[in-house]
Design a protein around this ligand. Structure first.
Ligand code: SAM
Length: 282
């Protein structure tokens, strides 16, 4: 007997709950909605609509993947960030809503007419640079990553967003192959303490690259490395902004203080957690 959308959702949500998924009802709805072009609407408009056997089989396959804790974004192959759609897979960190704090702070700092150069260190999916280029139509940028596979994803996102003419993406260990100076440097480097990485949810440990997570013993290795070289790559008055992990803001602010940065600010996310640290090169 065919299942209605409502019943299929209910059964899947139960299975996901049993598997330890943190938002089983939401995830079951997103997976179900992905079967249809106007998925969200169909789900709410026609909860009694019956699934065809093909749809049911397809849905079952998606739920099985989620039961194994594969993130919804990987199953669907996309993730929304700042209302833009990004291709994601296990080669890149999933863009997180927390990172929108960095976008907000940078846009406030630059102003809409900004026509300078932006450098994104550790670009992953490209979400930070590509969002900034979208919001600041006169700006240009460079994004680097040490992962060739991540760069392939970022390049595809660049193409999909039609930004190929305004940015360059290449392989580099932080600044190693970068030339010239920039008005803005953004980075969300790996910042999880090595010992903590293995305690993270399976969605992260099994499906996201370790090289995007592990920030060394105290989580601050990448900040130290980047901050010490940043003055050589920023214009005078240039802006450096980092995303930081929970409880790291003060430590990163003091790294900036030690390297000739002024106007150091901590930017809170929606949960009032210090999520970004910025400074201006004197
Ligand atoms: C936390 S992820 C951030 C990805 C993306 N910017 C975002 O905000 O979603 C960190 C990224 O830094 C890259 N990375 C790590 N070490 C690096 C290094 N030494 N040089 C360049 N990129 C590096 C990783 O490959 C990963 O893509």
């Amino acid at each position: 007997m065919s299942l209605s959308l409502r019943d299929a959702h209910h059964i899947a949500a139960q299975e996901l709950k049993k598997a330890g998924v943190s938002e089983p009802s939401l995830d079951a709805r997103l997976l179900l909605a992905s079967l249809f072009k106007d998925g969200r609407e169909v789900f709410f408009r026609e909860p009694e609509r019956l699934l065809t056997s093909e749809e049911e089989q397809l849905f079952r396959g998606l739920v099985e993947r989620r039961v194994l804790r594969e993130p919804v974004s990987h199953i669907l192959g996309r993730r929304e960030f700042w209302s833009l759609e990004f291709l994601v897979n296990s080669d890149v960190l999933d863009p997180r809503p927390d990172s929108e704090t960095l976008i907000e702070a940078t846009l406030t700092q630059c102003g809409q007419e900004f026509s300078g150069r932006i450098l994104d260190l550790g670009t992953g999916s490209g979400c930070l640079l590509l969002t900034l280029l979208t919001e600041l139509p006169k700006s240009t940028g460079i994004a680097v990553d040490q992962s060739v596979a991540a760069l392939d994803v970022a390049k595809e996102n660049t193409r999909r967003l039609g930004l190929q003419n305004r940015c360059e993406l290449f392989h580099s260990h932080w600044f190693e192959k970068v030339q010239g100076r920039f008005d803005v440097i953004v980075s969300n480097p790996p910042y999880i303490e090595t010992e903590t990485v293995k305690e993270l949810e399976p969605e992260v440990t099994q499906f996201e690259p370790l090289s995007a997570l592990d920030g060394g013993k105290d989580g601050l290795n990448c900040y130290r490395e980047i901050v010490s070289s940043a003055p050589d790559f920023l214009c005078e008055g240039g802006y450096l902004i980092f995303e930081v992990g929970f409880g790291q803001a003060e430590a990163v602010a003091s790294l900036l203080r030690g390297e000739n940065f002024s106007e150091i600010r901590i930017h809170n996310d929606l949960a009032s957690v210090g999520r970004c640290v910025s400074g201006i090169l004197k």
